[in-house]
Structures are given as structure tokens and as C-alpha cells.
Design a protein around this ligand. Structure first.
Ligand code: HEM
Length: 136
């Protein structure tokens, strides 16, 4: 005969609080397709999101960098990875939002390093709110 499981531990206030916190984090991280992400470009007061290395960051707090008419507006609502890797804000460097996600497998070693540094920069400065997934 096995002992009955002790449910008392699972329902302790601390465990319930932990379950709520974990649930909140899981719910808050949502998937964005490239087409969905493109909506969040700061135009008409919308939030400003961009993706780096598959993660979506909320950069709405810096409209002077990413808002309409700003220096880095080309990254807003887009997967910015290749532009950051190549230190280019030329919009043609970025993959069209209708196409499959850029796999970034043909970058030079120094471009990969540059991208990794930018990823660390965005992770440290901005909130990650989701991940980039393929268009449906
Ligand atoms: C024309 C040459 C450039 C100048 C004069 C310039 C200037 C600046 C300045 C003054 C900042 C703010 C730094 C701070 O807040 O401490 C900045 C940030 C930044 N620059 Fe540039 N930049 C140049 C080129 C580029 C290029 C080619 C890229 C493309 C990858 C780029 C991407 C960024 C990004 C992503 C930020 C971070 C903005 C943030 O804090 O979220 N910059 N740049």
C-alpha cells in the first residue's frame, strides 16, 4: 500500500502564489507572427515592438529611437536581427513580413557577434513580451 499524497503542501499559500506567478509569465509571453508584429510600429499611438533573435521586445518607452520618423523606425514592428547584425538600418536588409522567418544562418562570424551583443543589449534594457513564430 502506498501513502496518500499530501495535498496540504500543494495548496499552501506560498505554492499558490508561485503557481499564479508562473501562470502570469506563461500567459504574458505571446506568439507573434511577422505579419502580426508589423502592426506594432508606433503609428497612430500603437505600441512599438521589435524582434531580435526570435524574441519580441517592447520598445514603446523610446519613441525617439523607434517611433514614426525616428532614426531606427525601420526596426519597429519587424524582426530587426539582420539589420542589427550588419549594423544597417536599410529597410531592404530586413526580411519581408510575408516571408518565412530569417534563419540568420549565412551571417559572418563578426555579424553573429554583433547580433549577440545587440540581443544582450535589448534583453537588458527592454521587456521581452513574446516570441516570433512563422506566419500561419
Ligand atoms: C550614422 C551613425 C550613427 C549614429 C551617429 C548613431 C547614434 C546613436 C546614438 C547617439 C544612440 C543613443 C546611445 C545612448 O542612448 O546612449 C544610438 C543608439 C542606437 N543605435 Fe545608433 N547611431 C548610428 C548608427 C547606427 C546603425 C547603423 C544602427 C543599426 C544597427 C544603429 C542602431 C542603434 C540602436 C539599436 C540603438 C539603441 C537605441 C536604444 O537605446 O534602444 N545605430 N545610436
Amino acid at each position: 500500500m502506498t501513502d496518500k499524497m499530501d495535498l496540504g503542501n500543494l495548496t499552501s499559500p506560498l505554492n499558490l502564489a508561485l503557481i499564479l506567478v508562473i501562470g502570469y509569465v506563461v500567459i504574458e509571453l505571446r506568439d507573434f507572427t511577422p505579419k502580426e508584429l508589423a502592426e506594432f510600429n508606433g503609428i497612430d499611438g500603437k505600441p512599438i515592438y521589435l524582434a531580435v533573435c526570435g524574441k519580441v521586445f517592447d520598445v514603446s518607452s523610446k519613441p525617439d529611437f523607434y517611433g514614426p520618423g525616428s532614426m531606427y523606425e525601420n526596426f519597429s514592428g519587424r524582426d530587426a536581427s539582420r539589420g542589427l547584425a550588419k549594423n544597417s538600418f536599410d529597410p531592404s536588409v530586413l526580411t519581408d513580413v510575408d516571408l518565412p522567418i530569417d534563419k540568420l544562418d549565412n551571417l559572418a562570424a563578426e555579424e553573429k557577434n554583433s547580433l549577440e551583443e545587440w540581443f544582450q543589449f535589448f534583453s537588458g534594457k527592454y521587456t521581452c513580451i513574446g516570441q516570433l513564430v512563422e506566419n500561419k
